[in-house]
Design a protein. Sequence first.
Length: 395
Amino acid sequence: MQSNNSLDKNAVTEILENSDDLLVKNVLKLRSELAKTSTKKYQAMLMSVCSDNRIRGLLQFYGANRTGRWAGRLVQVQNLPQNHLPDLELAREYVCNGDREMFHMLFGNVPKTLSELIRTAFIPSDGRRFIVSDFSAIEARVIAYLADEKWRNDVFRNGGDIYCASASQMFKVPVEKHGINGHLRQKGKIAELALGYGGSVGALVSMGALKMGITEEELQPLVDSWRSTNPKITALWKAVEKAALSAVNGNPSKLPCGVAFYRQSGILFIRLPSGRSIAYVRPQITENKFGKPSLTYMGINQSSGVWERVETFGGKLTENIVQAFARDCLAESIIRLESRGFEVNFHVHDEVILDVPKGVSSAKEIAEIMGDPIKWAKGLYLKAEAYETEFYKKD
């Protein structure tokens, strides 16, 4: 263990795992509990709530300038902590009743429990309940559709599990969740989450592959196996990069999936099948560290928040396209739902939260509307899940 003066998350985790000093470990555990920033969302709620006990302005339209996705504001609903408590309703009841002693006795770690309860602070109107619905594996479906990766589209058409199917393709054995070769599903999942946009060993590590039990020796073979299993997706990264560079040079082009690239008024535009375009300001072609042509544009550096020249590549451009495409699918579903009289209270990433009178409609009906085919995405196999709840939570 290296000695340093840092108390960031990684340093604290390292000390907790390797230190033999019980006093130090106890102090750091208490510090970690008390330092939970997510509980500050309760303060944000109190500051934002209107006189009718509702909060407005939670989402900013087109807040994410690369993809056009909505951005969270005020309470930041886009990054709410997940809830894993088995007795979520009981914990919530003790907090609402102010029963501190029972709450502490039953749930112990107060900051952690309060963090998991943040979602439950969002409730429907009187006499109503929430119906929550979200797309299933939307980005995996979209990239398979754009790349025309047939085996993946077959999985989605037949209602299969993409993580099992991916592991089965990679390791050439049948894989079933909680069944035969089920242990390989986790490797399929981590590969799916980390490698879809040109990521390699570093992406696997960042996604937590080593902590999930995958050894360092397995990382590169996992990358190689996933890429060889998905040749059309890897070809899509290259095609997107080539088309973007060509457009910057004044040669517009259109890929078979319907995504078009062109330069106009000093901006690189990528037009999506929906008809909407995403934009890259003042694009230039420079030479990257590998001595190859590289696309740069003026934008906000995600790490520093500074407006500067940003370098990008085929995988990253593909990620932007896929997420923008998924955003348009969500927008299409919101329009459909509202045209049928449903009130979309708010939405989080690829999930909508509806405020619906009790006894009216059902989760099944909402899921079917969300999963209906989209006219500008013929052949995209959408699927949505839905559930009813008296307060917002992650089902």
